[in-house]
Design a protein around this ligand. Structure first.
Ligand SMILES: NC(=O)c1ccc[n+]([C@@H]2O[C@H](COP(=O)([O-])OP(=O)(O)OC[C@H]3O[C@@H](n4cnc5c(N)ncnc54)[C@H](O)[C@@H]3O)[C@@H](O)[C@H]2O)c1
Length: 382
């Protein structure tokens, strides 16, 4: 990788100007000393201007921010014109692999949205390609960037919580049928997957990060209870981890869209950790065996480490933290928090779960060979 100086403004492009890309735009606009948005790409020629317009109120110096942006409908043309240092990839999940591969080969570093790709084989291939080319992939695993999470991870790594007994993760991220009807790729096995692959994949990743462990097996069941989609709207299962811990998982999109919730629980010898997000409101508790809640202590430590203004930005928009991390990783040649490896491990976790549904038995992880998600069309969902 070329040497980048601390003050270099990196050129950023975004490919895919749909729902999530607004979070990328807002994050980049807050980092104008470090990066410049140079291109927006979408096959729908109206999408870039609609996207910018939708972000107008949240972007300071909107006109000057927009002045450097060129719009494209073909990302390959953009890559050869702009030579971006960073590409934010926010196209439908089924396109992640090809777009990410082309961007890496054109010399870009990536903020790749989750899930990394739709296959365990291609996710690993992307990770290895980036390693070989000396490029950085940071994943859109937003939960890793929530306040205090990095400290909890570090204390787990340092053994401060003792042995982990078990964990539990709940993702009740309700979406209605209008959401599934809003684009042809949503809720399909080939291009999106269901509640696990889309809404829960980064929550599974957070459990690995917090428990400082990787899964060794999974057994699960899925159903489609309420939503008009091909893949599952509900999944329940259990993972075992390489530290012996069990982790139960509930992932669903069939709950009410106005009551979205993600909750994480870890039962360790010296602390029980709860992180939650419900209706956009975060909650944290780190309880000692004597019942003392250390959450404020962690928050104070976190503010001391990252500063109040970073905390405010990242609490409003975790993608801000991801772009900061990517910038640091490129300029300081350090590994990002949500690295490419976390991307393919999380995809492997989801596909292992799906395989266990198909096989009706527990499945070992990592998967020994490619599991084709299209095989899930053989499963009868109720
Ligand atoms: N990290 C997060 O919190 C988060 C949140 C939501 C979505 N996501 C992920 O982001 C991705 C996009 O999700 P979304 O809800 O924004 O989807 P979306 O359908 O709203 O947007 C996708 C955009 O990509 C465009 N597009 C399609 N093919 C293209 C191509 N070949 N070249 C350029 N543009 C193309 C579409 O026209 C559309 O505007 C998905 O992988 C999803 O899982 C991540």
């Amino acid at each position: 990788m070329e040497q980048q100086s601390e003050t270099t403004r990196l050129k950023v492009a975004i490919i895919g100007c749909g729902r999530v890309s607004a979070k990328h735009i807002r994050a980049i606009s807050r980092l104008s000393d470090k990066m410049e948005l140079c291109a927006l790409v979408d096959t729908n020629p109206d999408a870039p201007s609609s996207l910018l317009h939708s972000c107008k109120k949240k972007i300071k110096n909107y006109n000057s921010f927009c002045a450097s942006i060129h719009n494209y409908i073909d990302y390959k043309e953009m890559l050869s014109d702009i030579h971006p240092d960073i590409v934010g990839i926010t196209v439908p999940s089924g396109l992640h692999f090809q777009v990410a591969k082309d961007c890496l080969e054109a010399g870009a570093n990536l903020l790749l949205e989750k899930p990394m790709t739709m296959s365990n084989k291609s996710s690993r291939e992307l990770y290895e390609l980036a390693q070989n080319l000396g490029r950085v992939i940071v994943m859109g695993h937003i939960y890793r960037y929530f306040p205090i999470v990095s400290l909890l991870h570090q204390d787990m790594v340092d053994g401060k919580f003792g042995k982990v007994g078990h964990g539990s993760v709940i993702v009740r991220w309700g979406h209605d049928n209008d959401y599934y009807h809003s684009a042809a790729w949503r809720g399909t096995w080939k291009s999106d997957g269901g509640a696990l692959m889309n809404q829960s994949v980064h929550a599974l990743d957070l459990m690995c990060y917090l428990m400082n462990a990787e899964p060794v097996s999974v057994s699960g069941m899925i159903a489609n209870r309420f939503r008009d989609m091909e893949a599952e709207d509900t999944a329940l299962g259990v993972y075992t981890f390489n530290n012996g811990a069990l982790c139960q998982v509930e992932g669903t999109t069939s709950t009410f869209p106005n009551d979205q919730e993600a909750s994480f629980f870890i039962n360790a010898e010296k602390a029980s950790i709860r992180i939650g997000l419900r209706k956009g409101k975060p909650s944290y508790s780190v309880t000692t065996p004597k019942g003392k809640n250390l959450a404020f202590k962690y928050l104070r430590r976190y503010i001391k480490e990252v500063g109040l203004s970073y905390l405010i930005q990242v609490a409003k928009n975790p993608h801000y933290g991801i772009y900061c991390d990517l910038y640091r990783s490129i300029t300081e040649h350090s590994a990002p928090v949500a690295d490419g490896r976390s991307g393919y491990v999380a995809v492997d976790m989801v596909l292992g779960f799906y395989k266990s549904v198909l096989k009706k038995s527990e499945v070992g992880l990592p998967l020994p060979s490619e599991f084709k998600i299209e095989d899930m069309t053989k499963v009868q969902l109720r």
